[in-house]
Design a protein around this ligand. Structure first.
Ligand code: GLA
Length: 503
């Protein structure tokens, strides 16, 4: 062949539209993914054709089998839609699979995370190993009240300060610090390990702590020996919010393990379970499943429901064994978030709170440094007025005198812990100023003056605030002083608060 003809042939070959690999338009079958990004952790795609219609699932570690809808193939590209999460603008997302010489290239988005990875053809035997085992939920029957949590729980949790950076030594140090600072004696007795303690499951399916927690039982003994109680965290989904092993498919087994370790408190966080349980009925039953499992262990445990206030949780939290239930998304150590949770979101259904079950506006940020003294005092005042669980969220070894004074004020804690258990509510609002009241078991009323504005404001308590003709007496709980005389007016600093007990 002459050089020119050779060159022509080569270029024709390069631009040929003939398939580069035999079955380029064929998407049917099993596709395996080994290096998937951890969220949502795609492991497999299965596509079949039935009566001319294509159907299939993308299996992921977070959400199990995710159904592929509206599958369409054009050339070497398949497109389909999948349900999406927590994104009202995009309730579904379009995904693509493109054939490559090695197999398939998959792209798509779940929630706000873009996903991209390469897969290869697999066998039925391989698919069987990766197939997600779906479980069914029990029907819920209201669990009888167990008489616990007659006042809002108090303690400490690892999440706000340490997030996943938590280990046995730090938890022990927190237990010691609760004792040394006097916080334990002020009532903070739960030491709660949040997300990040979990390891893999053993061959028998039992959950193991990761190597930062060498011996959970010994840790529980250590905490108990100091007059404290130990809390732990899990999810009804296959993955917790930080991507650790959840309780899906192992609910009873995990409850038994927690009881054997000596756990006294479980926070159960919806997380990846939201893909499986997205109606009132299924979310309720998923909490019931664990609530019942806890009861059946025979070990007393407080049960903290964390599903961000969905499906009117306060209406059914007690029925599933819950002692507290989050009413909102996560708190952040910043005034706008704390303010929004405390003033706007948590007060919506005060009637659900009371002895045995509490609206939970999330854990405290006092001591973490993101807010001013006045703002932290407002945080504490607001939580105490709301009969909120008081779960500390800072490094207790670094508790400043100021934070300690805010957190251990016995008179303020007594409002939170009052036996009547009523959640205080805003009585009057005037632009940026709010007057809240909380009736107390001794017939007196806790009154808080909140100034949400950015300039100091004059605020006063009136007799009608406590449904009385005259105010007979009052005590300022932050300054520990009895107030005499009729004038109960104060200059409340910007973002500040005054807290009184009034009769
Ligand atoms: C969710 C919860 C938080 C915390 C994290 C842990 O975001 O709302 O309180 O438990 O999960 O991953």
């Amino acid at each position: 062949m002459r050089p020119l003809t050779m060159a022509l042939c080569a270029s024709l070959f390069a631009f040929s539209t003939a398939p580069a690999y035999a079955d380029e338009a064929d998407f049917e079958g099993i596709w395996l993914f080994d290096d998937a990004p951890s969220y949502p952790g795609v492991t497999m795609m299965e596509v079949t054709e039935k009566k001319g219609e294509m159907e299939g699932t993308v299996t992921s570690e977070w959400y199990g089998p995710m159904e592929m809808q509206d599958i369409a193939v054009e050339g070497d590209r398949m497109s389909f839609t999948m349900r999406n999460l927590n994104d009202k603008e995009h309730p579904t997302r379009i995904w693509h699979a493109e054939r490559t010489p090695q197999g398939v290239h998959l792209t798509g988005t779940v929630w706000h995370t873009e996903h991209e990875e390469d897969g290869y053809r697999g066998t039925k035997a391989q698919a069987e190993k990766r197939r997600f085992k779906l479980t069914t939920l029990p029907q819920a029957k209201p669990l009888p009240f167990d008489g616990r949590s007659m006042t809002p729980p108090m303690g400490w949790s690892s999440w706000n300060k340490f997030a996943e950076d938590i280990d046995d030594a730090t938890v022990r140090a927190m237990a010691d610090a609760l004792v040394e600072t006097g916080l334990r004696d002020a009532g903070y007795i739960y030491v709660n390990i949040d997300d990040g303690w979990q390891g893999e499951r053993a061959a028998d399916g039992s959950i193991q702590p990761n190597d930062k927690f060498p011996d959970m039982k010994a840790l529980a003994d250590y905490v108990h020996a100091r007059g404290l109680k130990l809390g732990l965290y899990s999810s009804q989904g296959p993955k917790t919010c930080a991507g650790y092993e959840g309780s899906y498919g192992h609910v009873e087994q995990d409850a038994e393990t927690f009881a054997e370790w000596g756990i006294d408190y479980l926070k159960y966080d919806l997380c990846s379970g939201e893909w499986f349980y997205d109606t009132r009925d299924t979310v309720l039953r998923s909490y019931y499943e664990m609530g019942k499992a806890i009861r059946e262990t025979g070990r007393p445990m407080l049960y903290s429901i964390c599903e961000y206030g969905r499906f009117d949780v306060g209406n059914w939290g007690r029925q599933v064994g819950g002692h507290l239930w989050r009413t909102t998304g996560d708190i952040v150590d910043e005034w706008p978030v704390m303010e929004d949770i405390g003033f706007n979101r948590n007060p919506k259904k005060p009637e659900y709170s009371g002895p045995g079950g509490w609206n939970d506006p999330d854990m405290l940020e006092i001591g973490n440094g993101g807010m001013s003294h006045e703002e932290y005092q407002t945080h504490m005042t607001l939580w105490a007025m709301s009969a909120a669980p008081l779960i500390l969220g800072h490094d207790l070894r670094e508790t400043s005198d100021d934070a300690l004074a805010l957190l251990t004020n016995r008179e303020v804690i007594a409002i939170d812990q009052d036996a009547r258990g009523e959640q205080g509510v805003p009585l009057r609002k005037d632009s940026q100023q709010e007057v809240w009241t909380k009736p107390l078991s001794d017939g007196s009323t806790a009154v808080a003056l909140f100034n949400r504005g950015t300039a100091a404001a004059r605020m006063a308590v009136r007799p009608e605030d406590i449904e009385a003709e005259t105010i007979q007496g009052a005590r300022n709980l932050w300054t520990h002083s009895d107030l005499t005389g009729k004038d109960l007016s104060f200059t409340v600093p910007a973002h500040g608060s005054v807290m009184l007990r009034v009769w």
